[in-house]
Design a protein around this ligand. Sequence first.
Ligand code: NAD
Length: 498
Amino acid sequence: MRQIGHFIDGKAAAGGSGRSGDVFNPNTGEVQAKVAFASKAEVERAIASAEAAQPAWAATNPQRRARVLLRFLELAQKEANELAQLLSSEHGKTIADSKGDIQRGLEVVEFACGIPHLLKGEFSESAGPGIDLFSLRQPLGVVAGITPFNFPAMIPMWKFAPALACGNAFVLKPSERDPSVPMRLAELLIEAGLPAGVLNVVNGDKEAVDALLTDARVKAIGFVGSSAIAEYIYTTGCAHGKRVQCFGGAKNHMVVMPDADMDQAVDALIGAGYGSGGERCMAVSVAVPVGKKTADVLMDKLIPRVESLKIGPSTDTQADYGPLVTKMHLDKVRTYVDLGIKEGAKLRVDGRNFKLQGYENGFFMGGCLFDDVQPHMRIYKEEIFGPVLSVVRAEDYEEALRLPSEHEYGNGVAIFTRDGDTARDFTSRVNVGMVGVNFAIPVPLAYYTFGGWKRSGFGDLNQHGPDAVRFYTKTKTVTSRWPSGRKEGADFVIPTMK
Ligand code: NAD
């Protein structure tokens, strides 16, 4: 059986804790590898390695740091096909979707390559007599990232690329369900010229995470995952004096106005609701048609599309989506569908018992579609994270606007309409962090920031874009007076600009 250890001090390190987890092939249901779970001592070794390597890395000028990232970009692009296959073999998403996962991560690496420009501070000449005032952005030191299973390439890169570019050393704790791609990315960074120790990867579970959360040498933690864990990491990390940003779960609504292009809206719902088996934090899981006629037309068009979704192994280039990540997750999603029926929602398409010939032990699930879902139901309130779309019928625009605004999650939302006034009003008033207009998955590009509101995000700053540079640096402000020899005598009053 293949063993996956850690990556410490620039090289692979076998796990020594005696604890490990199974890494499945979701297509077949087989265990394909064992991943080591790091002990506290192993995490401490990774932190020590990062701490030792960080000062020299911070002293490497930003342009040289950017060159390492540029070389990494080239190496990862050259290896994109192999990386995508590896990613799909552990996650279950289609190879085309894995390529997208890698590409969206590399776009943040491209952004981070602009670090010489991004790190520039401010300068005010002659702010007072002979006084210049300026600000510097300096790295924090050792920072850590804890990432989820659903984007095992993109989210680690969203974290480590800006952090490293800013001159920090990084300890990554990727998901224990699909750790191989993050491990390979660490090797590629070394090939690209990153000094040993500047990026370490520890695999594991709560024990490894708690070691990162409580170690005083770790100055900042970036987390992405489910909201309960996000909240735990935020409160624990803050209690230990760290800078923390945590991104959590979601329940993304897509409002369909009566004037929307219905075919475009249905295409968008099918892709955004069922792509990657619904295992995306920006997946649309709630459709909100406005008015009975819109709802009826939408259902008539949606039902045959959900029934004809093509589900296949992740290697099938014709498949719309592949298996879910684990049997445990598949069971959880099926249980939610059972619950929806009990709660009184109308299950119009039932994919619970879908079986794929030749892959009977794979973690496959057919598309499910609920109509008449009500806001008090658990299937509406909670994140399901599977190929299950709920339709909540709204009587009018104001009700459609209230639904995502009052939901406890606030990651993404979309509106489909041909009316500019409605789109503009919705964009301005909706209480959600990322908005799409006739665009179902509004994940901002690398040079903007990504972050949800309410229980989808804990902390003050977003991921990537300018916020990433703010998060991974501290600002120093310098007041400097030259010539130094000027004699004015002691002044006991606070200096002002009077
Ligand atoms: P998860 O919360 O189970 O795990 C995320 C990370 O936390 C993993 O590295 C895991 O090992 C670790 N972890 C799990 N339990 C822990 C515990 N008790 N203590 C400390 N650490 C623990 O999430 P997941 O299932 O891997 O990913 C899916 C979730 O991530 C969904 O809720 C999805 O919406 C969310 N997500 C959010 C975003 C976003 O940007 N908002 C992006 C992607 C995924």
